[in-house]
Design a binder for this molecule. Structure first.
Ligand code: ADP
Length: 406
């Protein structure tokens, strides 16, 4: 625009601006190095320093580029907004005062001739910087603007902060209530399991006719009651395991052979697969060996997934388990040719007690707890579990397991 400026001075200031920004950036990186959490006080000090230094730089730039005649004076507003969001109300008003003081000093000292005035030739009417009425009016509006911006922004951010605190408190309360609920469920299921175990063994004695012969009707009734008790036992056991894991949170980690776990899990579902004439196969990358984790839980997860695959695959289908080495992690997949999972239920099937409609239709029995257990186990090992449908029918349940978990 042909406006003349003392370019070299402005470059020097820009250089200083760059240097201290790099220093502050490094300082912040140092403070947060390796997940270190700096205290709010330290962060607060750095922010205050940065905003103050920015105000100083802005005032200096304005001085070298027309002072009161430079419309970039409005940029002070940005710093006021930042201060009001990041710092306390008092700090924000102090920053506004600093802004007014710095800019006021530049304007007054220039008008008195104490420091030079750099004219914006070809831009603003000259001589304004010496006009007392103009200076007074300008500084008056400038001051009001800064304080009003601080007032409005701090009021809004204060309200937002209160809301945020409310959410955090509610979250803590929810977690506490969840803990109480889990403890309650744990005690209850533990108790019920004891009674069920007793009922099961007593019915076994009756069913084996140790206490005397049963007529066909009696035998049928006892067997039905026994089957119901076994199902109830399976449900209570699954609930007990899930709740116990949620409550303890801690895993007993060690290095173990994933291969052995896989073989044990396959052995556990083999007879069930045979009954349904389902082909069960397994492929393990030769490099797959030891992983860090809790072997019992991983084996149970594998068994759950295989058991589901067999359960939700019709007679004559196929279930394949693959274990692939991905360097830092292992990916396990259980692929079946079964009924698949409706896409809308992809996330929900990992929730407690949730069962998809198509699964309910083919299989009345189910706890809806196996996958939530698997999810808990995998996530506690630092991994992830998900489901996809296969293009030619059936579904694939996959989970990724880091080889070494912190
Ligand atoms: P359950 O099998 O006892 O119902 P899970 O928690 O193991 O409970 O599984 C939750 C739901 O996920 C099942 O009810 C079913 O809808 C779906 N599901 C799990 N595995 C499969 C699978 N291999 N094929 C189709 N649907 C599945």
């Amino acid at each position: 625009m042909g406006v003349s400026l003392p370019v070299s001075a402005l470059y020097i200031i820009t250089g200083a601006l760059l240097i201290y920004n790099f220093i502050l950036y490094d300082l912040l990186r140092y403070c947060t190095w390796e997940d270190r959490e700096p205290s709010p006080r330290t962060i607060g000090r750095i922010v205050t320093f940065q905003i103050s230094a920015d105000l100083f730089i802005l005032a200096t730039i304005l001085h070298f580029s027309g002072g009161i005649e430079n419309p970039f004076v409005f940029f002070f507003v940005f710093h006021m907004i930042l201060a009001s969001i990041l710092r306390s109300t008092l700090q924000s008003y102090l920053q506004a005062t600093l802004g007014v003081f710095l800019f006021g000093a530049v304007v007054v000292l220039e008008s008195r001739g104490v420091i030079a005035h750099y004219e914006l030739t070809n831009f603003a009417g000259h001589g304004l910087y010496k006009d007392a009425t103009f200076i007074f009016g300008f500084l008056f509006v400038f001051t009001i603007t800064l304080y009003l911006v601080v007032y409005m922004t701090t009021s809004i951010s204060e309200q937002l902060r209160k809301q945020q605190d409310g959410y955090e408190r509610a979250n803590i309360l929810l977690k506490e209530k969840d803990h109480v609920k889990n403890e309650y469920v744990l005690r209850l299921t533990h108790d019920i399991k004891g009674h069920l175990a007793a009922i099961e063994s007593l019915m076994n004695i009756v069913d084996d006719e140790i206490t005397g012969p049963l007529n066909p009707k009696q035998k049928d009734l006892v067997e039905r009651a026994y089957r119901r008790t076994t199902k109830c036992m399976a449900f209570v056991t699954a609930l007990l395991k899930l709740t116990r894991m949620k409550l303890t949170g801690q895993l007993e980690m060690s290095n173990f052979s994933l291969k052995n776990c896989v073989f044990d899990a396959i052995a556990a579902v083999q007879s069930r697969a045979k009954d349904k004439v389902i082909g069960l196969s397994c492929e393990i990358d030769p490099s797959v060996d030891e992983v860090h984790g809790e072997s019992v839980l991983i084996e149970e997860t594998l068994t759950n997934l295989l058991f589901n695959a067999v359960k939700y695959t019709p007679q004559g289908g196929k279930v394949r388990l693959t274990v692939r080495d991905h360097g830092e992690s292992i990916v396990v997949q259980v692929i079946d040719t079964g009924i698949g999972v409706p896409e809308a239920d992809f996330a929900r099937i990992f929730e407690e007690f949730y069962r998809a409609d198509n699964a309910r239709a083919v299989e009345r029995d189910g706890t809806g707890l196996g996958l939530s257990f698997a999810k808990q186990v995998v996530e506690r090992h630092g991994g992830r579990i998900w489901v996809e449908n296969n293009p030619d029918g059936g579904s694939t349940f996959s989970f990724i397991l880091p080889k070494t978990t912190a």
